[in-house]
Design a protein around this ligand. Sequence first.
Ligand code: PAF
Length: 281
Amino acid sequence: MKTVRTVAALRAAVQQWREARSSVALVPTMGALHAAHAALVDDARTRADHVVASIFVNPRQFGDDEDLAEYPRTEEADLRQLREGGVELVFAPPVDEMYPDGAATSVVVTGPAEGLCGAARPGHFVGVATVVTKLFLQCLPDVAVFGEKDYQQLKVIERMARDLDIPVEVVGVPTVREVDGLACSSRNGYLDPDERASAPALYRELQTAARRITDGSDVLAAVTDASQAILRAGFQEVEYVELRRADTLDPALVRKGTPARLLAAAQLGTTRLIDNVGLIF
Ligand code: PAF
């Protein structure tokens, strides 16, 4: 496995594969890798001849009051995991390689980026869409894989690639969970033991609400009860529990009998957790 830190070196390595008519899958990450990233790499390996992973803690997707400085940086362990997973090339650029002095361009997605985490984290999806556009154009992969835990992010990236005619297939991989249901996340490491014990309530209450909605319960009653149960479990604040259309995230167009997604974000101590479940409305 080779690690490169410049766009030129990434392009040169990928170009050799493209000239040999081999296909390339990209797994974009911010490092601090765990089991869910291993699942992304496993999935990517089934979809292309070669797998490239990127490790870049993207400052543009963190708000001023967010955890950019504390975000875990574990490059040595990350490289070991990627090598064991069969990744052949790692792109781990420094910040000034991605955003040289004078960088003045951003990618703004509306539609699926509006509301949910887009409301609570202004600028977050601009940062995500900008860095992922750059990674796509730097690597030119045939396929790129993302976790469904960040379901809104997945939908934003799908729409961005479609709208900008970037010829990449964007694939979502089901959320990997701990045995008690908590979605794997690099931020789970911030939880103290009491918070860690409360954390699975987010997924548990989403599942309960999804079951009730599928069985015909009133959506407002189901999401209100879910929010209250999440608070009772020890969370300090529920930012949102919302039902959206699964494909576009359009809130107004959830129709009976069609795939929907129930998404939530809640604050547990100083940690913000998100999760989502699919259902047929
Ligand atoms: O999901 C992530 O880790 C990041 O948001 C991504 C897609 C790598 C962009 O920085």
